[in-house]
Design a protein around this ligand. Sequence first.
Ligand code: URA
Length: 272
Amino acid sequence: MNDQPLEPPLWEQMAQRSAELPQGERLQKVLAATGYGSRRICEDLIAAGRVTVNDEVAILGRRVDAVNDLVAVDGAPIGVRPDFVYYLLNKPVGVGTTARDTHQRPTVIELVPTTPRVFSVGRLDVDTEGLLLLTNDGNLANRIAHPSHGIEKEYLVEVSGGQVSAGAIRALRDGVELEDGMSAPAKVSQPEPGVLRITIHEGRNRQVRRMCEAVGHRVTRLVRTRIGPISDRSLQPGMWRDLSSDEWRAVTESVAVATAPTDASSTIDARE
Ligand code: URA
């Protein structure tokens, strides 16, 4: 034995050297590349504590894996990962939103490209038409579907029985008794007799139908016309398109700022 302190094993030294190697890209470079301004501006954002990586506030000098790390500014995730797709579909009546329909009916998955595999963000009843998002980005899908984010969904609703009374509209606005509890306050208007525009931010099973039934009107046609900031009046039933990057950013921001309800006036609809 000699008195010299023993050197750590070579593999430990190698692991240590590897851990010390700079990995990934500098955060300010990644931010600048996604349009947040010059590197200097991006450094200021980081220094101000406005940037998170995987939900932890980032410090200057931080490096990130641009593919696997979730970088956000003021809570809004940046950039679109190249392997993620985001489709906006106008679901026709008679098509299911579950991946495998128990009644052998066609599903929304058959209306969009088969690869990469996507799933629908939330559900629409088979007999409901209108806008539906599909994606393979589970994180964003969960944020949109999660009730805590309260993302608004707007519906045009044709009901039986003609003109809906002012009292019934007031009840729908205030909340009606459903078997699983009161519905939350909703925005309700009647653009023409027997047609309601209802905006809710809950996502309970057959909620709009049950709300209308609670005030004595059966729904004869239900069309979802807006999901948060996303609407498109020119997308025909059965057709789909990619979300634009502005739409992606708007929807991502609307779920990042959580409970603030979306202002319909800021809706993005490039085709209107
Ligand atoms: N409310 C309903 O009743 N059905 C839907 O498909 C969506 C909202």
